[in-house]
Design a protein around this ligand. Structure first.
Ligand code: CAA
Length: 258
C-alpha cells in the first residue's frame, strides 16, 4: 500500500476503506487528496482482496469542499495547465461498487466526491450544499451537471444560486442519497449493505454498474443495446452457470466472481 498523507486506507474483510483524513479543516479536499483518493480507488479496483469500496470522512464531517486556501492561489492558466479534473474523470471509471458514507458537512467538492460514488448513505446530521456561489465561483467537478440530472433545472438553480444547505431527509426526498441513518449507525449500516453486495456475483455487479452509467449519458435505444450486450456477456461467466444451477437445485449459489 502507498503512504498517504491526506487519507487513511485499509482493507477489512474484503471491503476497501478510504477515510478522508484532514479533520482539522473538515477534510477540505486539496489536489493531492484527490490524487490519493484516485490511487487508492484504483488499487482497490484491481485488488482481488477487495469486493466493495467504502468512502467516508474522519472527524465531524465528510468534507466541507475543495481546499479554499489552496484554490485562492490559482489562476485560469495554472488550473488549465494542471488539468486537475482528469483525476475526477478517472474516478468515474472505477468498476467495483463504491459507497459513500457521509456525515456532517457535505459541501462543494465534498458533495461532488460523494456524487462520484454509486450509492450514498447519509447520517441524519448531514448537511448538503454547493456554497461555491458565495465564493464567487461555481461547482466544477460535476456539481451543476449531476444535480440538474438528479433534481431538474428549476430546483438545481434554486439550490446552486442560493448556496443553501439541505438537511439529510430533504436530500433523500430529492433522490440525492439512498438512505438516511441515525448518526451512530452510519458505518454499521453501510458495512452491512457492503457485506450483502460482497455475496453477489461480482461480474454481474460490474456490468450492471457499467450499464446504469451508460444509461445516464446516451439515448435510451443505445443504452438498451448496450444492456443486451452486457447481458449476453454474463453468459460467458461461471457465476451465471452457478446461479442458474443453484436455482434448479434449490440451494444457495456460491459465486466466485468469474
Ligand atoms: N477549505 C479550506 N479550509 C476549510 C474549508 C474549505 N473548504 N472548510 C472549512 N475549513 C477550515 C476552516 O478554515 C477552519 O480552519 P481554522 O480552524 O484553521 O480556521 C476549520 O476548517 C473549521 O472550519 P470552521 O471554523 O469554519 O467551522 P464551522 O463549524 O464554524 O463552519 C462550515 C463549518 C460552514 C463548513 C465552514 O467551514 C465553511 O463555510 N466552509 C467552506 C465551505 C465551502 O465554501 N465549500 C466549497 C468550497 S469550493 C469547492 O468545493 C469548489 C469545487 O467545486 C471543487
Amino acid at each position: 500500500m502507498n503512504n498517504y498523507q491526506y487519507i487513511k486506507v485499509w482493507t477489512d474483510n474484503e471491503i476497501g476503506n478510504i477515510e478522508l483524513h484532514r479533520p482539522k479543516v473538515l477534510n477540505a479536499i486539496n489536489q493531492s487528496m484527490v490524487a490519493e483518493i484516485l490511487t487508492a480507488l484504483c488499487e482497490f479496483d484491481y485488488s482481488e482482496q477487495v469486493k466493495v469500496i467504502v468512502l467516508f470522512g474522519a472527524g465531524k464531517s465528510f468534507a466541507a469542499g475543495a481546499d479554499i486556501k489552496e484554490m485562492m492561489g490559482e489562476n485560469a492558466v495554472s488550473m488549465e495547465l494542471k488539468n486537475q479534473f482528469a483525476d475526477w474523470d478517472r474516478i468515474a471509471l472505477i468498476k467495483k461498487p463504491v459507497i459513500a458514507a457521509v456525515h456532517g458537512f457535505v459541501l462543494g467538492g465534498g458533495f461532488e466526491l460523494a456524487l462520484c460514488a454509486d450509492m450514498i448513505f447519509a447520517a441524519a446530521n448531514s448537511k448538503f450544499g454547493f456554497p461555491e456561489v458565495k465564493l464567487g465561483v461555481m461547482p466544477s467537478a460535476g456539481g451543476c451537471v449531476k444535480l440538474t440530472k438528479l433534481i431538474g433545472k428549476r430546483k438545481a438553480l434554486e439550490f446552486l444560486w442560493s448556496g443553501n444547505h439541505l438537511e439529510a431527509e430533504e436530500a433523500k426526498h430529492w433522490g440525492m442519497v439512498n438512505r438516511v441513518v441515525p448518526n451512530e449507525l452510519l458505518m454499521q449500516e453501510t458495512i452491512h449493505f457492503a457485506e450483502k453486495l460482497k455475496k453477489q456475483p461480482a461480474l454481474a455487479l460490474r456490468l450492471i454498474k457499467d450499464t446504469v452509467r451508460r444509461a445516464e449519458n446516451v439515448t435510451e435505444n443505445e443504452a438498451m443495446q448496450y444492456e443486451r450486450k452486457n447481458f449476453s456477456l454474463l453468459f460467458a461467466s461461471e457465476d451465471q452457470q452457478e446461479g442458474m444451477q443453484a436455482f434448479m437445485e434449490k440451494r444457495s449459489p456460491h459465486f466466485q466472481g468469474k
